[in-house]
Design a binder for this molecule. Structure first.
Ligand SMILES: [Zn+2]
Length: 292
């Protein structure tokens, strides 16, 4: 499933082909991709794309005179901007015609992807947590948010209201790099651990964007049709049974919150039961943060 780096790659590639273009019409071939196709096309016709970006796992295009075209790739969605006459093939779901003769295409094998037109982004994305590569996502904020939630680290990182854009792959990779166990409770994370997690989340996502994301199955392709290559850099994800790149211990796969979770049991020490030594996994939470 595409996560932040894959969606960022898509947004960056379609941006130069969409910005400045006016939508002249289009066709919806699969109603459920947009909800109400008539209202969707009516809202978009005549709109000019002013910017294309990303929020969490959503591609967002700002329109003039008003509103936003928003897309979510879900499992297998793809976005292309191609010349007139380009054949999108059997998985075409939506086409938007542009004033220079090109067209925006949304393709989707599994059909879970969605496109929306909204007047205000908040209608759709109000609940999203901070952007992990944005200025508001600081180590200090992460520490405060971890302590406020009292949840296990892995499911918390997957929660889009906690931080936007991270999915199963980048959660496992970030936790490994930060040497934190996925079952560690978020309110027991030390300041030093939070600083490490913050740093490794950002480094993992940044490196993955540089490699145009990960193509872990046949589905994800950049709009140029190329696979991303970050899957070659995975340290633990999908590597159960292989030696840990840091210490050689066999990488294990657990199921956490119904998601396959990959970790090194040596580098990522399991949290101790709360009763042992009356303490928590590593060190006690520092008392000056209060009882939250
Ligand atoms: Zn290890």
């Amino acid at each position: 499933v595409p996560e932040l780096p894959e969606v960022e790659t898509v947004a960056r590639m379609i941006r130069p082909r969409l910005v400045g273009r006016t939508i002249t019409g289009g066709r919806v071939l699969w109603e459920r991709t947009v909800g109400d196709s008539r209202a969707f096309l009516r809202a978009l016709r005549g709109a000019t794309v002013r910017d294309v970006g990303r929020r969490g796992k959503y591609v967002v295009a700002r329109l003039e005179p008003e509103g936003w075209l928003v897309g979510h790739l879900r499992m297998t969605g793809r976005m292309h901007v191609e010349r007139a006459g380009w054949d999108p093939g059997a998985f075409a779901k939506v086409r938007l015609d542009l004033d220079d003769g090109t067209a925006f295409h949304f393709l989707d094998v599994r059909k879970f992807g969605r496109l929306w037109y909204v007047r205000d982004l908040a209608e759709l994305l109000d609940e999203l947590g901070p952007e992990p590569l944005g200025p508001e996502f600081t180590a200090e904020r992460l520490l405060d948010d971890l302590r406020a939630r009292k949840r296990l680290l892995k499911p918390l990182l997957l929660d889009q209201t906690f931080v936007a854009g991270i999915g199963n792959i980048y959660a496992d990779e970030s936790l490994f790099r930060a040497r934190l166990h996925p079952l560690l409770r978020s309110d027991r994370v030390t300041r030093e651990q939070a600083v490490r997690l913050h740093r490794e989340i950002r480094a993992t996502l940044t490196e993955a964007i540089e490699r145009e994301g990960s193509s872990f199955d046949a589905f994800y392709r950049t709009p140029e049709g190329n696979p991303g290559s970050y899957q070659d850099q995975f340290l633990v994800y999908g590597r159960a049974g292989e030696p840990c790149p840091a210490c050689g211990t066999r990488i294990r796969r657990l199921v956490v919150a119904q998601r396959g979770t990959h970790l090194c049991p040596t580098c990522q020490r399991p949290p101790r039961r709360a009763r042992s030594l009356g303490g928590s996994s590593a060190k006690r939470p520092s008392s000056r943060r209060g009882r939250a």
